[in-house]
Design a protein around this ligand. Structure first.
Ligand SMILES: NCc1[nH]cc(CCC(=O)O)c1CC(=O)O
Length: 321
């Protein structure tokens, strides 16, 4: 592979921010002068099916893959060379011919509490209205506060922030990482604990996807080595191992978070009933893990949670708060 290295990106502000960050990082790794970045590593905008659908029927028509399908087709057809995704939105399996070449260092993995009127989650009054489209956030919030009224909130981050500012909800929850990449962290009232709001698998991490056949080309090997963050890649492997075993989807409330401290991997994974009244959680550790070890630990713990919790998938028709 040679220049130009074309980066395919969705058109949302978040996708453009993430792709722009990675465009600059790849440019630095390859010593591309600032003035030449736009021609050497251009951004190519691609509209995905997921971007066109803004209502809850999204859940019924195909979930996560809707945001990646057209981009993956462009990679396979050779119209682009690189794609940047939120790891959280990447399905468990890569299509034939594609791979995740690098996983850069993770941003803050926590969820953020956003509210016009209240300082913290604990300060919400009885029966307060909480906006979220995430079954995981719904279940985790209800586990702490069964009195809350959870209501569907879709749309991009700006839309959600505007609706919170207008008082359509007493509070909303968003990933800290997405807000940080958009430069809107001033709206965060509280960063929620990793324990109470165990994040979605891969939350806060990015995935850099390429054609598998091109990964060892010298130009690629260079930026891949510079951008891949092994600790993040190992933690994400554990979380996604758990996700696979839990058959996690947007119809199940599933969380997984791993970190490496003192050369050991610590993984927590859980499933909740949609109303938060039941919670099945497992934790595990592994010294000096490889990515394969981490994935295996995730699969084992996720499998235990799955066997214990049973099938918690909800009918999307009922997923309305
Ligand atoms: N499901 C939507 C989505 N996909 C990725 C992010 C940003 C967070 C991330 O990079 O993990 C968000 C928004 C959110 O959850 O608030």
């Amino acid at each position: 592979m040679t220049f130009p290295l074309r980066i395919g990106t969705r058109r949302s502000k978040l996708a453009l921010a993430q792709s722009g960050m990675m465009q600059r990082a790849i440019g630095r790794a390859l010593n591309v002068p600032e003035a030449e970045i736009e021609t050497a590593i251009p951004l190519v905008e691609i509209v995905t099916t997921g971007d066109r659908i803004q209502d809850r029927r999204l859940l019924e028509v195909g979930g996560k893959a809707l945001f990646t399908k057209e981009i993956e087709e462009a990679l396979l057809a050779g119209r682009i060379d690189i794609a940047i995704h939120s790891m959280k939105d990447v399905p468990a399996e890569q299509p034939d011919g594609l791979c995740i070449a690098a996983i850069p260092e993770r941003e803050d993995a926590r969820d953020a509490f956003i509210s016009r009127d209240f300082d913290s989650f604990d300060a919400l009054p009885f029966g307060a209205r909480l906006g979220t489209a995430s079954l995981r956030r719904q279940a985790q919030a209800l586990a702490l506060r069964p009195d809350l009224k959870v209501e569907m909130l879709r749309g991009n981050i700006d839309t959600r922030l505007r609706r919170a500012a207008e008082g359509d909800f007493d509070a909303i929850l968003l990933a800290v990482s997405g807000m940080a990449r958009l430069g809107v962290t001033e709206h965060i009232r509280e960063k929620l604990s990793l324990d109470a709001f165990l994040p979605a698998p891969g939350q806060g991490a990015l995935a850099i996807q390429t054609r598998a056949a091109d990964i060892d080309a010298p130009l690629n090997a260079h930026w891949v080595a510079a951008l891949n963050h092994p600790e993040t890649a190992i933690a994400v492997a554990a979380e996604r191992g758990a996700m696979t075993a839990l058959e996690g989807s947007c119809r199940t409330a599933v969380g997984a978070y791993a970190l490496i401290a003192n050369d050991a991997l610590h993984l927590t994974t859980e499933m909740l009933s949609p109303d938060g009244s039941a919670r099945w959680r497992r934790v595990g550790d592994l010294a000096q893990p490889t990515e394969a070890d981490a994935r295996a630990l995730g699969q084992r713990l996720g499998g235990e949670v799955h066997a214990w919790a049973g099938d918690q998938e909800v009918d999307p028709a009922t997923l309305d708060g």
